[in-house]
Write a protein that binds this ligand. Structure first.
Ligand code: F6P
Length: 329
């Protein structure tokens, strides 16, 4: 088998560890791996990783040290051309021309939507690996990159808490998560935040203002609210404006963590998950699987139809939301 591997969409810490596992598992079982650079855009541009002999083939040593490296060594991109029938047909032709039988895309829901569309034009097989900091894909307890992103956000929020306490202030800290509150909820719980605003629940500014008064009466001198960028009120700055209108002091500060959360060395959890999933994706392809995403749920490897990853919403654990509310006293 000649397997094409690539990273697509937002980069996530651990993507390199996943590529490393794909390369090592595939070569050790007698297969070849072509590294496609810059995701679907690179496929359309025939931008393949070239080894020292200028061949489009990854070697065992190509991926040395990749498990500890952040970012995407194969580069990543978002590719509008892949949403057109012409783009998809062109990609299918390029894959056939280069004798690629199977693909392992590492990315999120947009990546897997692209893969499903491609399979309408192409006769090869696809097993995806979940690589996104958002942890918004069903079929796996965690996605590659989520653990590191939460760790990064927690370190930042802990530092902001020092300033919040020194100045007896409230901070609204915005974290990533366009359609999902996972990063916000986990960060809030880990940091002992007083509140979390996420797309999955209605953000009632009136009751937040009430809760702030209660907390003040109980002697709280600093307040930290974690806001997912995808919260229906429009993020931390919008929440600040709404709270100000209800009489909250303008001394409240907003911090947007942004792309800081996507970089950095992957955590041990992300490295291990990525290694497991890259290995499992190759095994699944060898056993004939296609149109599925490799995941780990409750410690067990599992395959989920790619279609489900972008049509079904991954629920947040309600008990963790409740726990946050209970502890934020
Ligand atoms: O999907 C990962 C993610 O980091 C989201 O949390 C965020 O909304 C988005 O990517 C940002 O994408 P870009 O880097 O293309 O602006």
């Amino acid at each position: 088998m000649r397997i094409g591997v690539f990273c697509s969409g937002g980069d996530a810490p651990g993507m390199n560890a996943c590529v490393r596992a794909v390369v090592r598992r595939a070569i050790s079982s007698g297969h070849e791996v072509v590294g496609i650079q810059r995701g679907y855009q690179g496929l359309l541009d025939e931008d393949f990783y070239l080894n020292a002999d200028r061949e489009p083939r990854m070697r065992l040593r190509t991926v040395s040290g990749w498990s500890r490296q952040g970012g995407a060594r194969l580069r990543s991109s978002r590719c509008p051309a892949f949403r057109t029938e012409e783009g998809l047909a062109k990609a299918a032709g390029i894959l056939d021309k280069h004798g690629i039988d199977a693909l392992i895309p590492i990315g999120g829901d947009g990546t897997f939507r692209g893969a499903v569309d491609l399979l309408r034009h192409w006769d090869g097989r696809v097993v995806g690996c979940p690589g996104t900091i958002d942890n918004d894909l069903i079929g796996t307890d965690f996605t590659i990159g989520f653990s590191t992103a939460v760790q990064t956000a927690v370190e930042a929020v802990d530092k902001i808490r020092d300033t919040a306490e020194s100045h007896e202030r409230m901070f609204l800290v915005e974290v990533m998560g366009r359609h999902s509150g996972y990063i916000a909820l986990y960060t809030a719980l880990a940091c002992g935040a007083e509140g979390v605003c996420i797309p999955e629940t209605f953000t009632d500014v009136g009751s937040i203002a009430e809760q702030l008064k209660v907390l003040e009466q109980r002697g709280k001198t600093s307040v930290m609210i974690i806001v997912a960028e995808g919260d229906e009120r429009g993020g931390a700055a919008a929440l600040q404006r709404a709270l100000n209108e209800l009489g909250q002091p303008s001394a409240t500060r907003v911090v947007v963590l942004g792309h800081l959360q996507r970089g950095g060395c992957p955590s041990p959890e992300d490295r291990i998950l990525a290694s497991r999933l890259g290995d499992f994706a190759v095994t699944a392809l060898r056993e004939g699987a296609s149109g599925v995403m490799a995941g780990v749920s409750a410690g067990i490897n599992s395959l989920t139809p790619l279609q489900d990853t972008f049509t079904l919403h991954k629920e947040l654990p309600a008990e963790l939301l409740e726990l946050l509310e209970t502890l934020a006293m």
